[in-house]
Design a protein around this ligand. Sequence first.
Ligand code: DQA
Length: 157
Amino acid sequence: MASILVLNGPNLNLLGVREQGIYGSTTLQAILDACQRFADSCGFQIEHLQANAEHVLVDRIQQCAGSDTQGVVFNPAAFTHTSVALRDALLAVAIPFVEVHLSQPLARESFRHVSYFSDIALGTVSGFGADSYLLGLQALINHLDTDGTIPLAPLSA
Ligand code: DQA
């Protein structure tokens, strides 16, 4: 079955606890459950990895080559602003991906204004809290649906 990888960088395992004023109270598991429900309605399976270590994320991206994974919804978290290695991994496997952020990095500290991913992503969704993932997933699925057979499913599915 065609699948989409939801890939999460450092500290996102702490969603629901971590800086709730910025990231909200929704846990990562709740986000994944909502992504799976939405993907189900479109005939996709969700795979997931959260890692705090850069090399683990690089290895996971490399595994997408030649696999059933058709695209990635990626929140690189702090690596957004630092990681040439993750950028190079995505370019190496040439997999379509959407960059997502719960917060709006451009409205935060200046060191968050640089992204190593935005210019190579299909697009970026940021600032909508947990909904950024669902919006990004919907955009990715619409992009992959080249023959237009998947009807737009409601985001709250
Ligand atoms: C984040 C924004 C990053 O700047 C930050 O380092 C994160 C989370 C977001 O989802 O808003 O860890 O990617």
